[in-house]
Every structure is written in C-alpha cells, then in structure tokens.
Design a protein around this ligand. Structure first.
Ligand code: IMP
Ligand code: MG
Length: 200
C-alpha cells in the first residue's frame, strides 16, 4: 500500500491577533486549513473502519478540540473513552509516564483507535499503545493531529497524521502551555523570546 502523503506545516509570516502577539509568534495552521485536513482524516478513518465497530480512545486534555471535530467526520458505530497521563521527572531520570485516568470501557476483542494531539518523542503513544495491547483488543490503530518526527526518541509512528511540523512548541486547537491557549481556533507557535519593548 502506498504511504499516504502527510501535509507539512512550517512557521510562516501570518501573525496572530494583536492581543496574542506577546505570547504567540506566528500562526502555523489556520482554522480553515485544520478544518479541511480533519475532514480528510475523518474520511480516511471512515473508509478504514467501515463495517467494524470502533472504540475511540482519546488522550486528555490536548485532544478535546481535535476530537470534537474529528468525531463529526466519523459516521460509524463507535464508543468513546478517555485516558489521561502525566509525565513527571525525578532527579536526572527521564520523565516517567503515569496514568491519571484509566479506561472505563472493555476493549478486549475490539478495534481501538488511539487519538492524541501531538506525537513528539513518542514516549506517550508507545506507553499507551503497549498498555492497551495488554488488554487484548482485536487491533490498535493510532491517529495524531501533529507529528514532530525530528524529536522522536522511540521507534513509533502514527497510522494517521494530520500534519508534520518542525521542532517548535505549539499551542491552540486544544493544545496548551501551562494549561493556557487551548481555546485558540488556530495552531500557533508559542513565543519563547520576548518581543522587543517588553522590558526583557
Ligand atoms: P511525547 O510523549 O514526547 O510524544 O509527547 C506527547 C505529548 O507531549 C503530547 O500529547 C502533548 O501533550 C505534549 N506536547 C509535545 N509537544 C507539544 C507542543 O509543541 N505543544 C503542546 N504540547 C506538546
Ligand atoms: Mg497530550
């Protein structure tokens, strides 16, 4: 099977609304571009899972906006469940992932689609996939809105990817920095260096 072509998004010159400029450097993905791509992902998934009953397992909280849009492009019999994890560092050890919310549905013998916002180092998706695999589902597929392949530390790829992006920290469309910016309708690049005239 031919590998699907994944759209690439790079930081451009589109500026966010003036009030957000101290925090957001640029708009990476416009609402319209996201809308079109999510509809396309929905079509691909619908074709792949047609005739099968699906359990969608979404990772909280970064997926909430993406998920709400994606679900409306999945006219399939499905059930929805959520997982949440948190990663914390102790000393010099790399972040240890720990689940803070477990599945409520029984996925044994079922088709599972794991949905996450970003595939970054791959630690989260690998951890969650292996954990679900132990519950003996019929199959596991994965779908992420964004993929940062340059950051990968684990040998894992997602089966469905919205956009490939470079190593920038993004917020909006559900994604946060310190729990802020999830409500932005676009995906933006978080500003790291202060604007001139900010006093720093
Ligand atoms: P991984 O385990 O390193 O692949 O990280 C995946 C998780 O890190 C994602 O589900 C996000 O919650 C978070 N993350 C990674 N990159 C970003 C980013 O650029 N913005 C916001 N969250 C991010
Ligand atoms: Mg996340």
């Amino acid at each position: 099977m031919k590998a699907p072509r994944i759209p690439i998004a790079a930081p451009g010159r589109t500026l966010p609304p003036p009030a957000l400029r101290p925090d957001i450097e640029s708009v990476l993905l416009s609402p319209e571009r996201i809308r079109r791509r999510v509809a396309r992902l929905g079509d691909d998934l619908t074709r792949e899972f047609s005739g099968r009953e699906l359990v969608v397992v979404a990772m909280l909280h970064g997926t909430v906006v993406f998920l709400a849009d994606l679900l409306r492009h999945l006219p399939l019999p499905l059930q929805l469940d959520f997982l949440a994890g948190s990663s914390y560092r102790s000393g010099t050890r790399p972040g240890v992932l720990r689940m803070t919310r477990e599945l409520r549905l029984d996925v044994r013998g079922r088709e599972v689609l794991i949905v996450d916002d970003i595939l970054d180092t791959g630690r989260t998706l690998e951890f969650v996939r292996d954990r679900i695999a132990r519950l003996r589902p019929a199959g596991i597929r994965t779908c992420v809105l964004l993929d940062k392949p340059s950051r990968r530390e684990r040998p894992i790829q997602a089966d469905h990817v919205g956009f490939q992006i470079p190593d920038v920290f993004v917020v909006g469309y559900g994604m946060d920095h310190d729990e802020r910016f999830r409500n932005l309708p676009f995906v933006g690049v978080r500003r790291i260096t202060p604007l001139k005239g900010d006093g720093g």
